[in-house]
Design a protein around this ligand. Structure first.
Ligand SMILES: C[S@@+](CC[C@H](N)C(=O)[O-])C[C@H]1O[C@@H](n2cnc3c(N)ncnc32)[C@H](O)[C@@H]1O
Length: 230
């Protein structure tokens, strides 16, 4: 099954994602860090781009709590339809869009980009476009919050790569779901993101990936990045 079809089916009859409408808890840690370090005035009419937003739980939080203008994109029609029913806010624009395509946004127009467990689904060609487009739209003062699957210390990831490896580096094709996911090691972030952004902070946290009635322990990297342009 291709990834888009999988995610559409997931939002109709979910086996993998939680039904939580509360923001992702690691994301609160990032926001607290932003405030503590005075990196950005989150209340200052900022613009946010949430890539792979799902139903928009994190995007809605940014619009409601900080009155941010939020562009929230997901390539699943079902996620967007569901999100529009769950979350309405005049500053929240939920749209069906693929982050592997050109972003219909002005250069240097976004203060904060969120990629919360979403880009680990991209192939290398899609990732190249995502990096180029994030670089283009992020303001020189902008930040990125990235949460993604970690390789280190994750027995499930190692087992999936060993037995169900995908075509590209550190990918697996989930045996039950048929989707391809990539996992990342710490040094990968410097190699992949540093040509465009500066890696400021990396935190590895454990979490659970639900599948059916079972929860699998997974490790996640939380990476805080800053724009690298004048
Ligand atoms: C694990 S969910 C996380 C959703 C959301 N960020 C959250 O925290 O609730 C991953 C999401 O990424 C979306 N996604 C995957 N590849 C995408 C792509 N190329 N363009 C847009 N969305 C994508 C999926 O449809 C799915 O909703």
């Amino acid at each position: 099954m291709d990834n888009e079809k999988f995610w559409d089916s997931e939002y109709v009859d979910s086996r993998l994602i939680t039904q939580s409408v509360k923001p992702q808890k690691d994301f609160f840690r990032f926001l607290a860090w932003m405030k503590k370090n005075n990196n950005m005035d989150l209340y200052g009419n900022i613009s946010v781009l949430d890539l792979g937003c799902g139903v928009g739980r994190n995007a809605y939080y940014m619009a409601g709590q900080y009155s941010a203008e939020v562009f929230a994109w997901d390539f699943s029609e079902q996620a967007i339809t569901k999100g529009k029913k769950l979350f309405q806010h005049k500053k929240l624009k939920l749209e069906k869009r693929d982050m592997m395509k050109t972003f219909p946004l002005e250069d240097n127009s976004i203060d904060l980009i969120l990629d919360i467990t979403a880009s680990n689904a991209l192939n290398e060609k899609g990732r190249a476009n995502y990096l180029k487009e994030m670089y283009r739209v992020l303001k020189p003062t902008g930040y990125i919050y990235l949460r993604t699957l970690a390789k280190e210390g994750d027995k499930n990831a190692k087992c999936l790569i060993k037995h169900f490896s995908g075509k590209e580096y550190d990918t697996y094709i989930h045996p039950e779901l048929g989707i391809t996911e990539r996992v990342f090691s710490g040094p990968d972030f410097k190699q992949i993101y540093e040509p465009y952004f500066t890696v400021i902070r990396m935190l590895r946290k454990s979490g659970y990936q639900r599948f059916g009635k079972q929860n699998y322990k997974r490790n996640y990297w939380n990476v805080y990045l800053k724009a690298k342009k004048k």
